[in-house]
Design a protein around this ligand. Sequence first.
Ligand code: SF4
Ligand code: SF4
Length: 403
Amino acid sequence: MGEMKPFGRTLPRKDLCSLDACTRCGECLKVCPVQEVARRREISPPEKIKRYREFIRNTEGLKAWVLGAHALDREALEDFVRAIFECTTCGACGQTCTVGIDTQRLWPGLRKEMVERGLGPIGALAGMPEIVARTGNPYDLPAGVRFTPWFPSHVAVAERAEVAYYAGCTGCYEAQPMVRGDVKVLSAIGEPFTMLPAGQEVCCGFPLFITGQHGMLKDLVRTLVDGYAAKGVHTLVCSCPCCVNMMGKDWPLYYGKVLPFRIRHITQYVADALRSGKLSIRKSLKERIIYHDPCYLSRGVGVIREPREVLRAIPGVTILEFDRNRENSRCCGAGGAARKVFHENAVAMGRLTINEALTKGADRLILSCPACHSKVHEAMAEYDRKIRITDIMELIGSLIEEP
Ligand code: SF4
Ligand code: SF4
């Protein structure tokens, strides 16, 4: 192995400190969904932290300074990289961590380190920057069909407005019932909303951020933020939890200043409209439904109350809860771009969600994330246990009468 750059060079200080904070108590092992389906020691949070700490000590700690940097074991390094990319970055380990390590930020930071030293990303993830640069999305699909296959013909989009809707790549290309539901509901609320044209509504940057490939992020963020600012936008509404996370936490960092508009998850915007009477749901639904909290929505940005408020507004409905719900929810398997490489893990995790929903006696599983939508459908495709799966706005869109 050639000369190694010191580890830990790009990690924020807080993350470096948290590496030393882990007491190996093992509490987080009880909630890791990847451990639950893959059972590999390397994946466990304390093991990843221990290995990374060893890498740092061997290359730049006091011992390395006195005795010289040690050559690192390539096999151990490759195992570590695989484990870092097999994690769904769901953050459940951080939620339960006895010393408060923020793993939903730590794991992406470690991925970035691996990419910067040429050890990551793995598999198909490596082609993502080139694909996003060419097409504006990580799915390698033309910008020309971003909106056309699903956008309802009766919905009007204003040229300029105070409210804008960002549909997002995964919704547009992989979860079209969800984004169709979003714009139907926005239209029913009746406040004008604008959108960027298909060629300008590019990837929010999350797939690149989460796979540690940060080179294009400044350009993507500037294109989007300046595009909305030019349309006079004050509120940007989006339904994808990963996009909302990226917009709220990382867009200001890559933009270099405070955003000129605020970010709202669509359930927050719709809950406001229900409260103010701009939207009402008259059709009833006599079903038992169960709502899955997406990791990046509940743990990520704390949107927990509003989806339930929206569902409670449906006449006749009974709402059930998963055992692990709200900020403690269990990842459905779609997170952290791990699904693109570790497909079998993702399907197994999706089936755990389906199984629990059925065991609880739900007629329908309600999701609020395009990645969950696409992956849980995939998990059910060749599975003998079936449940109806519907996105939250797809459901509300089907129950409202539009003006
Ligand atoms: S973020 Fe989720 S998948 Fe990754 S180690 Fe923690 S609990 Fe496991
Ligand atoms: S819960 Fe926190 S301190 Fe305990 S082993 Fe997991 S990461 Fe380490």
